[in-house]
Design a binder for this molecule. Structure first.
Ligand code: SF4
Length: 425
């Protein structure tokens, strides 16, 4: 039991990347994963909505009941909100580690630790986070944008980038070589502004200095669609077989007025041009986005602006969120000036966008039929192996047994129910 841990994560891919790094640091410091009776239960939490905080609380209650002897360690954004506002929830856990102390987690645990004991019976951590041999890496933290609905800049502070050399050596420290690396940032726009480096140079170096066969981004934020990035896409990335042709660009709205209320200061017409350009450069790029419906001041007419932007755009996959006003954000105070759509209006708008997404995605995957590409096996499913194509489109590989993490050449033969069906080629 001593010197062992189990970790949990909520929220975004940056959180997941942080969890992977914390697990690795703990293992290197002599801890082992123990799912039966760990000495520490570590939760990397989210606080983007009130619901995310409630989920963290529920997990704490469940874990307390299941493992009364273990110490509960809460880190991440809920830990930061609770500690910053000194809420009653701080008493729920044994160790509270706000985001600015997270990098010292291993040291913080060892001061709470008991003498080292033999933990050889505990499960090795490696298999746990590398099940499909995909590695999530955090390249940047913090944000300077302060979008009105978002609490993240208050919890993660101003931008801080990892140095390219450190990112490369972190990736190279994983053996066997990951089948895919996914680069994640809170805001890619800020990558390198504090270190004098650029996103384009990061991709160049990861391609050159690592042997990872698939290199992907979690998200590329709209401000990152610079001329430099688009020119690099045109000259190199579009033909680079190791670059996963998937760009998740969270636009949040297609209405200039709503974007102004959200304080997302970009020209949506320019973003639209850039997205169209990317689609022309590499038509098989899967373009995805996040959209918030029912933001303060979003009238029916303004929602229609978003709808028609998304309808005509080559973006094929929409992640739709209904706005819920979050305490401690600027929007919380804006509600005095701007009318919030009703829950029924939000529901209707969200359903329309989900249906639009379903149709657009189906069309996109039908256009994949006939392509022969390299796919990554991520798990075994009931109908075959679950795979991701070279653009993160999900599929089923039939008539072939393989292991998660394998790379296989496949031909896409059909597209149904949001999945492509492939055969080994
Ligand atoms: S860009 Fe906006 S939504 Fe994204 S983390 Fe920064 S403030 Fe939040």
């Amino acid at each position: 039991m001593k010197n062992t841990f189990q970790s949990f994560v909520f929220g975004c891919r940056v959180n997941e990347a942080e969890r992977i790094k914390m697990d690795k640091q703990l293992v290197e410091a002599g801890y082992s994963v123990d799912l039966a009776s760990p000495s520490f239960l570590i939760i990397n939490s989210c606080a983007i909505t009130g619901k995310a905080e409630r989920e963290a609380k529920q997990l704490i209650y469940q874990l307390r009941k299941k493992h009364p002897e273990s110490k509960i360690v809460l880190t991440g954004c809920s830990a930061t909100v609770w500690s910053k506002y000194n809420t009653a929830e701080t008493k729920l856990v044994d160790i509270l580690v706000p985001n600015d102390k997270k990098s010292n987690l291993v040291d913080l645990l060892s001061t709470n630790d008991e003498p080292l004991a033999d933990a050889s019976s505990a499960e090795a951590v490696g298999d746990k986070f590398r099940y499909s041999n995909r590695l999530l890496v955090k390249i940047q933290d913090g944000c300077h944008r302060f979008c009105t609905y978002c609490i993240v800049p208050y919890l993660r502070g101003l931008p801080q980038s990892q140095k390219i050399a450190d990112i490369v050596s972190y990736i190279n420290s994983f053996l066997p070589i990951p089948s895919e690396v996914i680069l994640n940032a809170i805001n890619t726009e800020s990558f390198g502004t504090d270190t004098g480096e650029t996103l384009v140079n990061l991709i160049k170096q990861v391609i050159k200095e690592t042997k990872v066969p698939r290199i992907a981004f979690g998200s590329i934020h709209p401000w990152s669609l610079t001329n430099e990035f688009i020119n690099y896409m045109r000259s190199t990335l579009a033909g680079e077989k190791r670059f996963v042709q998937f760009l998740h660009i969270p636009v949040q709205s297609g209405s200039p007025t709503v974007l102004k209320y959200m304080r997302r200061e970009y020209d949506i017409n320019k973003i639209e041009k850039s997205i169209n350009e990317i689609q022309k450069i590499q038509p098989n790029t899967l373009l995805a986005t996040d959209v918030i419906v029912g933001f303060l001041g979003e009238t029916e007419e303004l929602f229609e602006e978003t709808y028609s932007f998304l309808e005509r755009s080559p973006i094929s996959r929409l992640h739709v969120f209904r706005f819920s006003n979050r305490a401690h954000t600027a929007a919380f105070y804006l509600k005095k000036q701007l009318i919030e759509p009703s829950p029924q209006e939000k529901k209707k708008r969200s359903e329309r966008l989900i249906e639009l997404s379903r149709k657009k995605y189906q069309k996109f995957i039908e256009n994949q039929i006939g392509r022969t590409v390299q796919a990554l096996v991520i798990a075994k499913g009931k109908q075959g192996m679950k795979v991701l194509l070279d653009n993160q489109v999900e599929g089923i590989l039939i008539d072939k047994e393989c292991l998660p993490g394998d790379l296989v050449h496949v031909t896409i033969i059909a597209a149904k129910d949001g999945l492509v069906v492939c055969k080994e080629s």
